[in-house]
Design a protein around this ligand. Structure first.
Ligand code: PMP
Length: 421
């Protein structure tokens, strides 16, 4: 994706190889964390001289920083097409945003979630109806429809990922939002893997909540967003209790009036001001670039990669829906006779290619795609999983070149041609 008038930092960085040589790094791990945009770096550099605490300070630097922080909220609101009345809460990341939403959901809410979700979106719910992997986008919509029809009376929330972090496949969020609306339910969308690749407009799509992370959107780590309807957030206990969330405190801390403002209420403590400014700078840079350029470039690379993988004997791409529907620049695959970890380490050490291996924090989904039985819990291979029942994931975005893709394909052709003994 190189015709975009945006550049990332770190392309062309030299990395060591096993044989002592060095080579230019082919970063194909954008779905984990994307490199930083130059525009983001510039925004941080501009903000640094006025680095100060927000909301409470009276000094000039505090005023400037507060203004930048609140402006960032409006930039994100417009980036997501959220309503003026929606809350835009800054969190640490998508995981934090989904946990905040789970915390704010009224008690008795039926949450409906597909088992294909990333753990951040699969696990935070106290009471959830879990739907198995649907065989097609259409079936996803009818499964959600049925589950909502069968759900007991009371608040209902459908939770779904817009773009899969395992297969890159796009879920039919517009149709799912329609179904939710027809049942008087709400819909929350994990947009962590969508917003780096495609525009998303909450108003047009009819989405009630959206979560995403700055570090997948070409900004640094530590800032994320939960945007959406303010009522549940306003009514919930503060997610974190402390300064900022409290409007008035008396009786030695025994009684507190919490802030009625849903953002203040859930952003206790000193926020990650620079992270938020960086995240907003990324939103602005992407929105002003024009998505068509990014999308066209990305689709060209994606087609090259997928066709190339299909042509290598012994390499199998993992997909839920085959070639049905659109997808973003994320492709997972397995290599016959090879452990995913060994493939990933060989790609790094012998070819200077950075990919991810494991179960991508989506254990039930990866097991489903591999047709592999689940291991006992005690055998868990750590946080996000690795080992035999794992896959390799290549993912890309701004700064990825045809050379990166071709290097991966050449390397895989060699690896697949020499089964591990
Ligand atoms: N959802 C999806 C679809 C993701 O890809 C990820 C990151 N892998 C997350 C949620 C969690 O994001 P974070 O680690 O930034 O909280």
């Amino acid at each position: 994706v190189t015709s975009a008038p945006l550049r990332v930092i770190g392309t062309g960085a030299q990395v060591p190889l096993n044989d002592g040589r060095t080579t230019g790094y082919a970063n194909l791990d954008y779905a984990a964390s994307a490199p930083c945009l130059e525009a983001v770096h510039e925004a941080i550099t501009r903000a640094l001289p006025y680095y100060s605490s927000v909301h409470r300070g009276a000094g000039y630097a505090s005023q400037v920083t507060t203004e930048a922080y609140e402006k960032a909220r409006e930039t994100v609101r417009s980036f997501l097409g959220a309503w003026e009345r929606d809350a835009v809460v800054f969190t640490r990341n998508t995981t934090d945003a989904m946990n905040l939403l789970a915390h704010a959901v009224p008690s008795g809410t039926t949450v409906i979630v597909f088992e294909t979700e990333h753990h951040a979106t699969l696990l935070p719910w106290k009471r959830a109806v879990r739907l198995p992997a649907p065989a097609s986008p259409l079936e996803a919509v009818s499964a959600a429809d049925r589950a909502l029809a069968e759900a007991p009376a009371g608040p209902r929330l459908l939770v779904v990922t817009a773009a899969s972090n395992v297969t890159g496949e796009l879920w039919p969020i517009a149709e799912l939002a329609n179904v939710a609306r027809r049942h008087g339910a709400r819909i929350a969308v994990d947009a962590a893997q969508l917003v780096p690749h495609r525009p998303l407009d909450m108003k047009t799509l009819g989405l009630d909540y959206v979560a995403f992370s700055g570090h997948k959107l070409y900004a640094p780590f530590g800032a994320g967003v939960l945007a959406g309807r303010a009522d549940w957030l306003r009514a919930a206990e503060p997610y974190l209790k402390g300064g900022g969330a409290s409007a008035a405190v008396r009786d030695g801390g025994e009684t507190t009036r919490w802030s009625a403002d849903p953002e203040q209420r859930h952003e206790a403590g000193t926020p990650n001001v620079l992270g938020v400014i960086a995240l907003a700078a990324a939103c602005e840079a992407l929105a002003t670039t024009g998505w068509d350029v990014l999308k066209a470039d990305e689709e060209r690379l994606l087609t090259r990669l997928r066709n190339g993988l299909a042509a290598i004997p012994g390499v199998r791409e993992l997909t839920l829906w085959g070639d049905r529907g659109e997808r973003v620049g994320i492709v997972s695959f397995v290599v016959d006779g090879w452990n995913a970890r060994d493939v990933a380490l060989t790609l790094s050490g012998d070819y200077g290619i950075g990919v991810r291996d494991g179960k991508f924090c989506a254990h039930p989904f990866v097991h489903h795609l591999l047709g592999a039985p689940e291991a006992p819990l005690e055998d868990g291979a750590g946080g996000c999983g690795s080992g035999q029942t794992s896959a390799v994931r290549a993912s890309f975005g701004i700064g990825t070149t045809v050379e990166h893709v071709d290097r991966l394909l050449d390397a895989l052709a060699r690896i697949a041609g020499r089964p591990r003994g």
